[in-house]
Design a protein around this ligand. Structure first.
Ligand SMILES: *Cc1c(COP(=O)(O)O)cnc(C)c1O
Length: 462
C-alpha cells in the first residue's frame, strides 16, 4: 500500500546519493571461502595481491568485516556527473501486459559508457592514481567495461591498455573507437603481445577469444610491467561492493514511496550488478527482517549458476589468477560463438555463489537468447529504451513474473536491474530482426569437458 502516487521516474537528489558503499560480506554469518594462492593452496594475503591489484582494492577485496566504507569525495564528485540514476515505474509495460504486478527498474544506462560498470571503474582508476601507479590493464568482452574504464582512466589521468575479446572487437568496431577516443589503447585478444596469447593462438588458431583468455593477457602484462596493475570489472568482491551504490539508491528511492519489492531480478554475468542491486535487500534477508525472492538470470548457453559446479577455479583461461570458490563451468569453457547476448563468463562472483549455495539467493534461471531478444522488443515498444542484451535477460524474467501475477491475480512488486543500453549491440539485434538468431544449449557432455579440467587443490579439492 502506497500513500503517495508513484511517479514514472523516482530520482534522488545529489545530496541523497549514498556516501558509503555497503560490504555485504560483513552481514554474512558464513563468509565466502577465501581466495587461494594456486601455488601453495593457502589463503591469499594482502602482500600477494599487491603486485596484481592496487593497494586499496586489494585491502577491500580481503575485508570481510567492515559493513560500510566511505566513498572518497573525488569519486562522489565523479558519480555526481551521472548519478543518482533513476528508478522507473514501468507503468506502460504493466498496462501492455495487463498485469496487476507493479514493475520497477533501476536504470544504469544514463552515462556515455552505457552501463553500471562505471560505478566500479571510477574507484579503481582513482585508487590507482592515488597510489602513484603508472598504468592499468584490463580485459573487455562486450566492451562496456573497457569503455567505462577508458572514461574513468581519462578523468583520473592514468594510461590504460584494454585487451578486447576478438569476436567483440570485430563485431563492435565503434566500441573500440569510443575507448580509443577516450585515450585507451585497445588490443584484440588473443594477441601476439603476450606469452599466454601466443600459446592460446598456437593451440587454437581459429579461436574467437573469450573473457577468460583476455583476462590472462591483461594480468600477464600488468604483472610484467613496472608500476602497472590489473583491474577487473566484475566477479571480485570489491567490485560487487562498489556496485552496492545501485541497490542503496534503489532502496532509498523506493522507501520514499513505501515500496518494498517481493521479487528482485538481476542478470548475472560475473555477478556484480546483481550483487550490487540486491545488497541492501539481502542485508534485510540475512538479518531476518524481510524475505524478498531473489532471481539471478543467466543465458542457457553459459549457465554458470544453474548448471555449474561450486568449486575452486581460476578466473582466467590461462590459469594464472588466484583461485576462487565459485559456481563455474571451468576456466576452459568457451561459449558457443553464436552466443550474442553477453554474459559469457565461465565463473560467478564468490559472494553471489556463496549466497546461492546457502539458499539466500533463491533462484538461478537460465533463458534462451531468442526469447531474451523477444522480451527486449516488448520493452523497447512500451518503455522506449533500447536495452543491452545482458539487461534484457532480466527483462525477460521480469515479464514472465508479471505474467504469472496476471494468472494468479497477485499484486506483487517486482524490481529488476536495467543495467545498460544496447546501442553497440545492433549486430545481435540485426540477427534477431532477420530471424537468423538461434539458441544453443550445451549438453552435459559439453559441460563435462570444462569440469574435467578444474584445478586440483591438495586437501581441498582432489
Ligand atoms: C557487464 C554487464 C553485465 C554483466 O556483468 P555483471 O558483473 O554480472 O553485472 C550486465 N549488463 C551490462 C549492461 C553489462 O555491461
Amino acid at each position: 500500500m502506497t500513500s503517495k502516487e508513484v511517479p514514472y521516474k523516482i530520482y534522488l537528489t545529489e545530496n541523497e546519493m549514498p556516501r558509503q558503499w555497503y560490504n555485504l560480506r560483513a552481514d554474512m554469518k558464513e563468509k565466502p571461502d577465501p581466495m587461494l594462492n594456486p601455488a601453495t593452496g593457502k589463503p591469499i594475503t594482502f602482500e600477494e595481491l599487491r603486485p596484481i591489484f592496487c593497494d586499496e582494492c586489494a585491502a577491500q577485496e580481503l575485508d570481510h568485516t567492515t559493513p560500510y566504507i566511505d566513498i572518497p569525495a573525488e569519486i562522489v564528485n565523479f558519480y555526481r556527473m551521472y548519478r543518482p540514476s533513476p528508478v522507473v515505474r514501468a507503468y506502460c509495460l504493466e498496462q501492455a501486459l495487463g498485469t496487476p504486478a507493479k514493475i520497477y527498474y533501476k536504470y544504469e544506462g544514463t552515462n556515455t559508457s552505457g552501463s553500471h560498470k562505471l560505478n566500479s571503474a571510477a574507484p579503481q582508476a582513482y585508487y590507482a592514481k592515488q597510489q602513484g601507479l603508472k598504468g592499468l590493464t584490463t580485459e573487455t568482452g562486450a566492451g562496456q567495461w573497457g569503455t567505462a574504464l577508458s572514461m574513468a582512466a581519462a578523468y583520473f589521468d592514468i594510461p590504460l591498455q584494454v585487451y578486447m575479446v576478438k569476436v567483440s572487437a570485430e563485431q563492435k568496431p565503434h566500441r573500440k573507437a569510443v575507448m580509443e577516443t577516450f585515450g585507451a589503447s585497445v588490443i584484440s585478444s588473443p594477441s601476439q603481445t603476450t606469452a599466454v596469447g601466443r600459446k592460446i593462438l598456437e593451440e587454437n588458431p581459429g579461436t574467437t577469444g573469450s573473457l577468460g583468455c583476455a583476462i590472462s593477457e591483461a594480468v600477464e602484462v600488468a604483472a610484467g610491467t613496472e608500476g602497472y596493475r590489473y583491474v577487473l570489472g566484475s566477479v571480485l568482491d570489491h567490485v560487487v561492493m562498489h556496485q552496492s551504490i545501485i541497490g542503496l539508491e534503489a532502496k532509498a528511492a523506493l522507501d520514499k514511496y513505501g515500496e518494498y519489492p517481493d521479487v528482485i531480478i538481476g542478470c548475472a554475468g560475473g555477478g556484480s550488478n546483481l550483487g550490487g542491486l540486491i545488497a541492501p535487500y539481502m542485508r534485510d534477508k540475512l538479518q531476518g527482517k524481510a524475505s524478498p525472492h531473489f532471481i539471478a538470470v543467466e543465458p542457457m548457453s553459459c549457465p554458470s549458476l544453474s548448471r555449474g559446479k561450486y568449486a575452486y577455479d581460476f578466473g582466467d583461461t590461462g590459469c594464472i589468477t588466484p583461485l576462487m570458490r565459485m559456481y563455474t563451468l571451468g576456466a576452459h569453457f568457451i561459449p558457443s560463438p553464436n552466443h550474442a547476448g553477453g554474459l559469457r563468463y565461465h565463473g560467478m562472483s564468490p559472494i553471489i555463489s556463496k549466497l546461492y549455495h546457502d539458499g539466500f539467493l533463491d533462484e538461478a534461471r537460465g533463458v534462451e537468447q531468442t526469447k531474451v531478444f523477444d522480451a527486449a522488443k516488448v520493452f523497447i515498444k512500451h518503455e522506449g529504451i533500447l536495452p543491452a542484451p545482458e539487461s534484457a535477460h532480466a527483462i525477460k524474467v521480469a515479464i514472465d513474473e508479471a505474467l504469472k501475477c496476471k494468472e494468479t491475480g497477485e499484486e506483487k512488486t517486482i524490481l529488476f536491474g536495467l543495467t545498460g543500453t544496447g546501442f553497440f549491440d545492433m549486430t545481435a539485434y540485426m540477427k534477431h530482426n532477420s530471424g537468423e538468431m538461434s539458441d544453443y544449449i550445451p549438453t552435459d557432455a559439453d559441460l563435462e569437458k570444462g569440469f574435467s579440467k578444474l584445478p586440483k587443490v591438495p586437501g581441498i579439492q582432489e
